[in-house]
Design a protein around this ligand. Structure first.
Ligand SMILES: [Zn+2]
Length: 320
């Protein structure tokens, strides 16, 4: 198994310049006078001021967007922010005054490296305006590894395939129906004290035949070690899943979910509101696992993102 060095990640990870690197758009999007030659326009529609935490990010990264609506008419609707078909949930920016919002964008591992853009739209149906905010997606530098697991988890039976399909559908529904409001406060924490021994994004070859990407991050843990919630939220799933084994999924709101897999025991219930640090269960080796460990996953708007860069982005929210 690859050894891991935090330094590698900070080098390859998002190079967050200071907020000085912000892109600013729509500062004063002026509506042209209806008839040229008329008196200077007094009807000036002011758009939101929008900034990104970084002008470049890598596949599997998380981007933080700040939307300042203070110059917009107070009666206007909230702007819409999207990245392709990904809708970004805006929430009041915790470090800013009223009418300044933040939102998170998940960059899929499968995203094509190169120029990319967010779209921000505002105004009512009579006068809808939009702008693009450009950034660059860099290819993530993720390794490869080969793993040996129970053949059942590489060549599932037709009955298992049916179960996998049902479970994937259930998870998809959960990730698509999270709380729009932010349910966490402050920073996120890594759920176990053990060393990280399975990086995010690694291309994996199971039993020399099945290829996949590592969608979360593995941490050293013994069977029975407590696993803690990374942030406050609501438990949305507690279930024995075919691949993940005993799993817990927490909705943190604003498009953010975390999951905890291969547990030997689950200690929370669906619908339960939990605080950061609450024990959600005990580590184990259930499901497709080579031995006891914790697989920790983070999703932003249904996109699997690198948990460590996600944690750093959230730190910026409270530190700004
Ligand atoms: Zn894993």
């Amino acid at each position: 198994m690859r050894s891991y060095d935090f330094h590698d990640f900070s080098r390859a990870g998002l190079r967050f310049g200071r907020w000085a690197a912000w892109l600013r758009i729509g500062l004063a999007a002026c509506v042209l006078p209806m008839a040229l030659g008329s008196a200077p326009a007094t009807a000036v529609e002011t758009g939101p001021q929008m900034s990104l935490s970084s002008v470049e990010t890598e596949t599997g990264g998380t981007l933080l967007v700040k939307i300042d609506c203070r110059r917009m008419p107070a009666s206007g609707r909230m702007p819409n922010v999207s990245f392709g078909d990904q809708e970004v949930y805006l929430f009041p920016h915790p470090g800013q005054t009223k009418r300044v919002y933040a939102g998170l964008v998940g960059i899929p591992l499968s995203a094509r490296p190169g120029p990319a853009a967010l779209t921000v739209a505002w105004g009512d149906s009579a006068q809808r305006r939009s702008e693009s905010v450009a950034f660059v997606i860099k290819p993530g530098t993720y390794g490869e590894e080969t793993l040996k697991v129970d053949p059942r988890h590489v060549r599932p039976s037709s009955k298992d395939l049916e179960r996998i399909r049902r479970e994937q559908e259930e998870l998809k529904q959960i990730y698509a129906s999270g709380s729009r409001s932010r349910l966490w406060q402050g920073e996120f924490q890594i759920p176990v004290p053990g060393e990280m021994n399975g990086p995010f994004g690694t291309r994996r070859l199971f039993n020399n035949e099945l290829q996949s990407h590592h969608t979360g991050m593995d941490f050293r843990a013994q069977t029975g070690d407590p696993v803690h919630a990374a942030g406050a939220g609501v438990v949305r799933l507690t279930k024995d899943l075919f691949y993940s084994g005993n799993a817990v999924v927490i909705d943190h709101g604003a498009g953010v979910f975390t999951s905890y897999s291969h547990l030997s025991r689950i200690d929370v219930k669906v619908g339960q509101r939990i605080e950061k640090g609450r024990t959600v269960g005990l580590a184990g080796a259930t499901g497709r696992a080579t031995g006891p460990h914790l697989h920790w996953g983070v999703k932003v708007n249904s996109v699997n993102v690198n948990p460590l860069t996600f944690i750093r982005v959230i730190e910026r929210l409270s530190g700004d």
